[in-house]
Design a protein around this ligand. Structure first.
Ligand code: BGC
Length: 491
């Protein structure tokens, strides 16, 4: 907990953008302005119309946790959700496909659930009819449970990668005539983290960490390879991975803090981005893991290196690295997954920014700009790639306790968006960083994984106690609309 309360930090408003004449119309007409979601977090209908159980369904049922059985019922209310998108003026919608909905058992030779395909096909058609571009995540963590039973899912790259690529092929075949933007995998490091912390916490080893990293990278890379060879030439879309990073800056100019900050970034981001952009793991990963086990075979490196058409970034917050590094023994499961470098959210008693729900995230817009500059130098400029901010958003501390009429007045979320969007726009106009899209997380309050429904990132309130899961727009939804209406050029 920070020693200074949140209300000592001044709130920003959209005026820092819409009151600045130098920002009017600075984004190109084709800039993707979106809201984003993920299947497991919003759909519900967990066993509807032939869907198979996913690993989260089983984990949450077994452990008696808030689950996705109904989530916020987007499986049934998707038409209403499209109306919200329309109301909010977005030109793009990022959503993900549930693997066990379209292939209940998941494996390459397992049957297709036509009803599941139909659901997504209808969704895509309806979006296009409204002039909204679908930006589709192939995998946002809902692995078919059957693959966990068969071979431990991502623990076993040999089998997983084939099953994953066959699943992706199905999507390209059935939806690729209409979907032109594909994200292979959302946040591989957080998927891994949830296995260390929860799903496989009782038996996690370094060898499993290596297996997860490698199969996530290979599943991504072989999917991109397939798309490029068999679909891109005729369908003409683009494909990339979405990586996440809470940025880390040294707390002071000591060499230890500087090194720890870089190592933390390597662990969260570099372990996936460096292989894809540079064809090797970061040096700190080779120090942390057995090199002979971590490295890919030459044939695999040839597929991994260069396997991105654009850089997808999820970003929420920034922390300070103190320079201390914890030891592996006794490290918490979370630190094992995200790196052992100690990170804090305050310096000399001053919080780094406004604290969100349970400290996720802190509002640190200046960190976003520094991160974009870092990414540009290391990945974007050398490759000529564009960057899409595929997630960015804020959970207000205490919002879950508010009644809808109070929750919609989400000033702290608007302050977060104003600050972060301004920094992104300045990164484009002043630093020349090629940012092609911005996707707010999330279209609506939803199932925040292990936090259940106790952390709200939505720009729409959802009343889960009402029989029709009533959706009520928050002020931030309209604030975003005004901001992007101002920023995106009319011609
Ligand atoms: C994930 C989302 C999640 C969000 C907020 C990202 O890590 O992609 O699924 O809800 O952050 O925590």
């Amino acid at each position: 907990m920070s020693s200074l309360p949140n209300d000592s930090i001044p709130l920003l408003t959209e005026d820092i953008i819409t009151g600045d004449p130098s920002l009017k119309g600075v984004l190109p007409r084709d800039f993707a302005y979106a809201a984003s979601t993920a299947s497991f977090q919003i759909e519900g209908g967990w066993d509807a119309d032939g869907k198979g159980p996913g690993i989260w369904d089983v984990y949450m049922h077994d452990n008696n946790l808030a689950n996705g059985d109904e989530a916020v019922s987007s499986y049934h209310l998707w038409r209403e959700d499209i109306k919200l998108l329309k109301l909010y003026g977005v030109n793009t919608y990022r959503f993900s496909i549930s693997w066990p909905r379209v292939k209940p058992l998941g494996g390459k030779d397992d049957p297709v659930n036509e009803k599941g395909i139909e659901y997504y096909s209808n969704l895509v058609d309806a979006l296009l009819a409204e002039g909204i571009t679908p930006f589709v995540t192939i995998f946002h963590w809902d692995t078919p449970y059957e693959l966990q039973k068969r071979y431990g899912e991502f623990e076993c790259p040999d089998q997983l990668v084939y099953d994953f690529v066959a699943y992706a092929r199905l999507l390209f075949e059935r939806l690729g005539d209409r979907v032109r933007n594909w994200i292979t995998i959302n946040e591989p490091v957080i998927y891994e983290m949830f296995h260390v912390m929860a799903i496989k916490a009782d038996r996690w080893t370094d060898d499993m960490a290596i297996a997860y990293t490698k199969s996530l990278l290979l599943a991504h890379a072989r999917t991109v390879d397939l798309y490029r060879r068999e679909f891109q030439p005729t369908q003409g879309g683009q494909i990339g991975i979405t990586l996440n990073i809470d940025f880390v800056v040294p707390i002071d100019d000591s060499p230890a803090a500087i090194e720890a900050a870089q190592d933390a970034i390597d662990h969260m981001l570099g372990q996936f981005a460096d292989p894809i952009y540079h064809g090797h793991f970061p040096e700190s990963m080779y120090k942390r893991f057995d090199r002979t086990k971590l490295d890919f075979a030459p044939e695999e490196w040839a597929v991994v290196k260069g396997s991105n058409d654009f850089f997808g970034l999820n970003h929420y917050s920034t922390f300070y690295a103190t320079g201390e590094v914890g030891s592996l023994e006794g490290a918490s499961a979370r630190d094992r997954a995200l790196g052992l470098q100690v990170r804090v959210a305050e310096k000399d008693g001053v919080p780094i920014g406004r604290r969100g729900e349970r400290g996720h995230p802190y509002d640190v817009s200046w960190g976003f700009r520094l991160l974009l500059q870092y990414l540009d130098k290391r990945y974007l400029k050398p490759s000529g790639h564009q960057l899409y901010v595929t997630e960015n958003g804020y959970a207000i501390e205490g919002e879950t306790k508010l009644a809808t009429e109070d929750a919609v007045q989400d000033k702290a979320r608007q302050s977060y968006y104003a600050g972060y969007i301004r920094e992104a726009v300045l990164a484009r106009t002043e630093d020349g960083i090629d940012i092609a899209g911005y996707m707010a997380w999330s279209l609506m309050d939803n199932l925040e994984w292990l936090q259940g429904y106790n952390s709200r990132f939505g720009i729409t309130c959802v009343d889960r106690s009402s029989p029709d899961f009533t959706r009520t727009p928050k002020e931030s939804a309209f604030m975003l609309k005004r901001v992007f209406n101002y920023l995106i050029a009319k011609e």
